[in-house]
Ligand binder design. Structure first.
Ligand code: PLP
Length: 638
C-alpha cells in the first residue's frame, strides 16, 4: 500500500518505529538516518549499524547475519547484578545476591563464556536444565564462589555429573523437581562419597500471566506440593542431612509482564522459606527463578510482549519483599538467587535481513474505463471517481459486490482475463483511497480494517521465520523490526514481511506500534541498493529453538566488539559461518560424497546417451559439488 508523501524528520522515524521505547539505552537513530547502537549503554560510544552491515559485505558475509554485540552482554550482566546490589544496600539486606544465567536461554559457548567473564566480579553463576547443559556448564564454570543450579528432571547420570562438580568443590545445587529424585540423589552421592547440595522447587499458588504462565501455579509440570516438600525434609532429617538442604526455588514463568505477579510469588516463597527455617531447616538461599521480562514492544505495560516494571523496580521488589517476610517471621535474610535469562541476553543480538523484492497490490497506474471495457470495469471506475468521505463505507460494499460478481462470471467463462485483472487492480486502489479517507479515525468499520491488513505490500525477505523468529510463529511474540538505514526518508509502503520458506506461515504481519499492535510496517520503496531490516532483541531463546524447516538452518554470525582505536569504533572479532547446504543435508542423513557419486552416475549416463558433451557434464558436476558448500539462504550479487 502506498502512502502519500508527507514531510518527514528523524524524530518521526524514531516515533514510527518506537525505537526510543524498546531500544532501551542501546538502540536509536543517528543523524545519517541509520540505526545507532550503544553497546555499553547511554554513556558509551555509538556505532552505526549500517556501517556494520557494510563491513559484513566487505567480508563477503551474505545476509541473513546475526550480529552479536558482546559488549551489550557484559553490560546487561553488570546492570542486573548492580541493580540487585543497590537494592540490597538500600534495604540494608543482610544476605548476598548470587545470580545465575540459565543457559537454556542461549547456550552458545561464546555467549556463556562472555557472561561468565563479565559476571566474575559478582560471583555470577550458571543454571542448567538438562544433561547436555550441565556437561557444558560444569566445564565452562571457573569460579567456585558462584553457583551452578541444576533444574529439570534428573536421572542417575545427571546426578553423577552434578556430583563430579561437588567433588571439585563447586557449589552445585540440585533442585528436586519430583519427589523420587531425592532418593536417587542420596544414593548416587553416597556411592561417590560426596555430600550433595539440595534445593527444592516449590509449587506456589501464585500463578504468572502472559505467554509462559504455565510454569507456575498448582498444575505446573515441575515442583513439589507442600506435603511432598515436607516429606523430603523428613527424609533428610532422618539421614542427618538437613545441612545439605540449602535452597528453596520457585519459577512462575518466563517474561512475566506484571510486577504484581512477582511480588506475590516472592512473598509466598519467602513464607515457605521462613516456615521451613523455623521447622529446623536453615536454608541458605531463596531462588526466584526466571521471569524478569523484556519490554519488546516498548509499551511499558502488562501486555504479553512488555513489562509494566523496570529492572530496578524488579530487584527492589524482590529484595524488599523477602526482607519484609523475614522480618515478620523473625528469620535471617537468605542469599538471593535469580535465574533471569531473557533480561541478560535479549538485547545483545540483532538479525540483519535483506529484502529482495515486493509483491504489491496497487501500483501507480492510470484508472480509466474505455467504451469497450466490461460493465463491471466501468462500475468500479465509477465508484472510484465518485468516492468521498460520506460514501466511503458504501463504496467499499459496492466494490466488494463487483469483485465477487467478477469472480462468479470468470468461473462461468463470462469474463476475460484483462477485465478480471482491471477489476482486481482497481478494487485495491479503491480500498487504498478508502483507507486514506479513514486516516486517523478511531472508528474504522470491521470490513475496512480487514481489507486494510490485506492491502499491505509483501516484502520478500531472505530469512526463515522458523529458524530465526520461532516465538513469533509459535506464540505471536512481537519483536521490534525496522530498516537499519534510509530513516531520513519517509517510508512509502505499508508492508508485511514474507520469508523464503515454502510455508504460508512464514510471514510476519504483526508489528509493534504506539497504540498496540499493527498489521503492517512502514517501509521504503526499493531503490536498487540493498535494503536491510534489523530484527532486534533476538538474543533469548530464538537461536537455539529455531528449526530446520525447508533445510535453511542456522545463519551466519558476526561478533562485534567496541574498539575506540578502530576507524568505525568496532571490529568483528569472530565470524561463525551459517550452515552450508551439505551441513544441513548431513543433519537429515545425506552424505555429500555419496550425493556427488549419485549425481556423477546420472551425468555419466546422460553423456553415454549423448544428452551431454563430456566437458559440459563435468562442468555441471563441478557446479553441483561446489554448490553443496554454499549457503542455504539466497545469495544476491547486489
Ligand atoms: N529458570 C527456569 C527454571 C526456567 O524454566 C526458565 C525459563 O523458562 C528460566 C529460569 C529463564 O527464564 P527467563 O528467561 O524468563 O528469565
Amino acid at each position: 500500500m502506498h502512502q502519500t508523501a508527507t514531510p518527514w524528520s528523524l524524530s518521526q522515524a524514531i516515533q514510527t518505529f518506537h525505537v526510543d521505547r524498546w531500544g532501551a539505552e542501546y538502540f536509536g537513530v543517528n543523524e545519517k538516518g541509520n540505526v545507532s547502537v550503544r553497546p555499553i549503554g547511554a554513556e558509551g560510544a555509538a556505532l552505526d549499524l549500517d556501517q556494520i552491515f557494510q563491513e559484513c559485505r566487505q567480508r563477503k558475509l551474505t545476509l541473513p547475519v546475526l550480529i552479536r554485540f558482546q559488549d551489550i552482554l557484559r553490560h546487561r550482566v553488570c546492570a542486573v547484578n548492580r541493580s540487585f546490589l543497590a537494592a540490597i544496600q538500600e534495604f540494608s539486606y543482610q544476605g548476598q545476591y548470587r545470580g545465575v544465567f540459565p543457559i537454556k536461554v542461549n547456550q552458545m559457548r561464546e555467549v556463556v563464556e562472555e557472561i561468565q567473564e563479565a559476571g566474575r566480579e559478582f560471583n555470577f553463576g550458571l543454571e542448567a536444565g538438562s544433561k547436555p547443559e550441565l556437561f557444558a556448564a560444569l566445564a565452562v564454570h571457573d569460579n567456585n564462589e558462584s553457583l551452578i543450579i541444576c533444574n529439570g528432571y534428573k536421572d542417575r547420570e545427571f546426578i553423577r555429573i552434578a556430583m563430579l562438580g561437588r567433588k571439585l568443590n563447586k557449589k552445585v545445587i540440585m533442585v528436586i523437581e519430583k519427589p523420587d529424585e531425592l532418593q536417587r540423589i542420596l544414593e548416587v552421592s553416597e556411592e561417590m562419597g560426596v555430600e550433595p547440595l539440595i534445593g527444592v522447587r516449590v509449587r506456589l499458588q501464585s500463578k504468572g500471566a502472559g505467554k509462559w504462565a504455565l510454569s507456575g501455579g498448582e498444575d505446573a509440570k515441575f515442583g513439589l506440593s507442600t506435603a511432598e516438600l515436607l516429606e523430603c525434609g523428613e527424609i533428610l532429617k532422618a539421614r542427618n542431612l538437613v545441612h545439605c538442604f540449602q535452597l528453596l526455588h520457585f519459577h512462575v514463568g518466563s517474561q512475566v509482564p506484571d510486577i504484581l505477579t512477582i511480588k506475590k510469588a516472592v512473598r509466598e516463597a519467602s513464607r515457605f522459606y521462613a516456615k521451613l527455617y523455623k521447622m529446623g531447616f536453615p536454608l541458605k538461599y531463596v531462588d526466584c527463578g526466571g521471569g524478569l521480562g523484556v519490554d519488546y514492544d516498548g509499551s511499558r505495560t502488562s501486555s504479553e510482549s512488555s513489562t509494566n516494571y523496570t529492572l530496578n523496580e524488579y530487584t527492589r521488589d524482590v529484595v524488599y519483599n523477602i526482607a519484609d517476610i523475614c522480618q515478620e517471621e523473625d528469620v535471617p535474610h537468605p542469599d538471593i538467587v535469580s535465574e533471569g535469562g531473557r533480561a541478560i541476553v535479549a538485547h545483545h543480538s540483532v538479525l540483519l535481513v535483506e529484502t529482495f523484492g515486493t509483491i504489491e497490490k496497487t501500483k501507480n497506474i492510470e484508472i480509466k474505463a474505455a467504451d469497450e471495457d466490461h460493465k463491471l470495469v466501468k462500475d468500479m471506475v465509477f465508484l472510484i471517481e465518485k468516492l468521498n468521505k460520506r460514501n466511503r463505507r458504501e463504496s467499499v460494499h459496492d466494490a466488494l459486490q463487483i469483485k465477487q460478481e467478477a469472480a462468479n462470471r470468470f468461473e462461468l467463462g463470462l469474463l476475460d482475463l484483462p477485465a478480471k485483472a482491471k477489476i482486481e487492480t482497481y478494487f485495491w486502489h479503491l480500498v487504498e483511497d478508502v483507507v486514506a479517507l479513514y486516516g486517523g479515525s478511531r472508528n474504522i468499520p470491521e470490513e475496512v480494517s480487514e481489507l486494510t491488513s490485506q492491502l499491505g505490500d509483501q516484502f520478500l525477505c531472505n530469512f526463515s521465520v522458523f529458524q530465526s523468529l520461532i516465538d513469533h510463529w509459535a506464540l505471536g511474540q512481537l519483536f521490534p523490526i525496522m530498516p537499519i538505514h534510509r530513516l531520513c526518508e519517509a517510508p512509502s509502503h505499508d508492508a508485511t514481511l514474507v520469508d523464503i520458506t515454502c510455508d504460508s506461515d512464514g510471514k510476519i504481519n504483526k508489528f509493534i506500534d504506539n497504540q498496540g499492535i499493527r498489521d503492517t510496517i512502514p517501509l521504503h520503496a526499493p531503490n536498487g541498493n540493498p535494503y536491510v531490516l534489523g530484527f532486534f532483541l533476538m538474543g533469548a531463546y530464538q537461536d537455539v529453538m529455531g528449526d530446520l524447516h525447508n533445510l535453511f538452518g542456522p545463519v551466519t554470525e558476526a561478533h562485534i566488539f567496541l574498539d575506540p582505536d578502530e576507524p568505525d569504533g568496532f571490529y568483528i572479532e569472530e565470524v561463525i559461518p551459517g550452515y552450508s547446504i551439505q551441513q544441513v543435508l548431513t543433519d537429515v542423513q545425506y552424505e555429500s560424497s555419496q550425493l556427488a557419486r549419485q549425481m556423477k552416475a546420472q551425468i555419466d549416463a546422460a553423456i553415454k546417451a549423448n544428452l551431454l558433451k563430456p566437458s559440459e557434464g563435468m562442468k555441471l558436476l563441478d557446479g553441483y559439488e561446489q554448490g553443496l558448500k554454499q549457503t542455504t539462504y539466497l545469495s544476491f550479487e547486489s
